[in-house]
Ligand binder design. Structure first.
Ligand SMILES: [Zn+2]
Length: 350
């Protein structure tokens, strides 16, 4: 199959899956299920949509931006997310060609698109999306190792040999949890003078450990149903509606959701590219932060929540598509002085 046919097929799959992502992005943060109801409905009149209403992009154009039943305007966001997913799937197919990599990375990209829009709007990252993305990364790693015998499928973390996806997940996750801990301690120290450094330190660790215990118990309870009794109420980041989370006073800092997102990105990109993506994320996050602070200059002192998740997603996509090229450009331009390990000409000093 020619590359261009492959890219075109990926684009069509992309807009179809983008149509499904619209459902995910709308329902997950509102505490709904992705599977129920099985039909799509108009968020205004809740009328069940028929086949003719559901053709990605085309229905939007044919219906002239209005619901067929109640004439409520349809948001530009729906066809935009469908087109974006199509374009990103096409880009993955173009970058990785007719390989299994393309399929795994498309699934990863689909999860990242959902995370991007949900976190941007609601300041939460549903655990289910992080788990889905992490499992895609682990499966990709296992498939490449056992079936394709590809190089570079094992990694090292502190001299311990392990699957590259696990090293990436642990490494990037630890960095973001570390930054989260440091910023939490600083923010708490600035706001609450009565709380000691150590109190804030242990509070962050306790909350995140509890979060993990809940998550693990929640997922294990699918296998051992009696456990369900102990994880009620639902785990912290899944049971809440977006409104409850938005009204949460402490939802300003970098949450545990970012740490779990980092683990999911690390599982897919592996450690080296994940670290690269972290640098891009920090640069993008800082740029967005500066713009937001300038815009909100007058109401500083109130909560200026800046979700870091979208910056991490953008960093991950840049690293996925351009990581190798950027490293090659950097090495070529800055590290190829005579005698550097990257230079072909031996230096006079060694
Ligand atoms: Zn309607």
């Amino acid at each position: 199959m020619s590359l261009w046919l492959w890219v075109a097929v990926a684009f069509l799959y992309g807009i179809a899956i983008g149509s499904f992502l619209n459902v995910v992005i709308w329902r997950l943060p509102r505490g709904g299920s992705v599977a129920k109801p099985t039909w799509s409905y108009c968020p205004q009149c809740e009328n069940r949509l028929g086949t003719l209403d559901l053709f990605p992009v085309f229905s939007f154009l044919a219906l002239r931006r209005r619901c067929r039943y109640c004439r409520a305007p349809i948001s530009w966001r729906y066809p935009s997310i469908e087109l974006l997913t199509g374009l990103l799937f096409a880009a993955v197919a173009w970058r990785f060609g007719g390989t299994a990599d393309t399929i795994f990375y498309c699934l990863f990209v689909a999860a990242m698109i959902s995370v991007f829009f949900i976190d941007l709007e609601h300041f939460i990252i549903p655990d289910g999306l992080n788990w889905f993305a992490a499992l895609v990364g682990f499966a990709h790693n296992a498939f490449a190792f056992y079936y394709l015998h590809e190089q570079g499928q094992t990694g090292k973390l502190f001299d311990v040999q392990m699957p590259a996806s696990l090293a990436g997940a642990l490494g990037y996750g630890a960095i973001i949890y570390g930054i989260g801990l440091a910023s939490y301690v600083v923010i708490v120290a600035l706001i609450d003078k009565n709380k000691s450094f150590f109190a804030a330190f242990w509070e962050y660790i306790r909350d995140n450990v509890l979060d993990w215990i809940f998550i693990v118990a929640h997922y294990v309870s699918y296998i051992i149903p009696p456990l369900r009794r102990f994880v009620e109420p639902a785990p912290p980041t899944e049971g809440f509606t977006a409104e409850e989370i938005e009204s949460d006073e402490e939802a300003g800092g970098m949450g545990g959701g970012d740490g779990k997102l980092a683990a999911a990105i690390g599982a897919n990109l592996y450690l080296a590219a994940a670290l690269q993506s972290a640098l891009f994320a920090v640069a993008i996050g800082a740029a967005i932060g500066v713009v937001t602070i300038i815009q909100q200059r007058r109401k500083l002192g109130g909560r200026t929540a800046i979700p870091f998740g979208p910056a991490m997603v953008m960093g991950a996509l840049i690293a996925l598509f351009f990581g190798n090229d950027i490293v090659a450009w950097y090495v070529h331009n800055f590290l190829t002085f005579p005698g550097s390990p990257f230079s072909n000409t031996p230096g006079f000093w060694w």
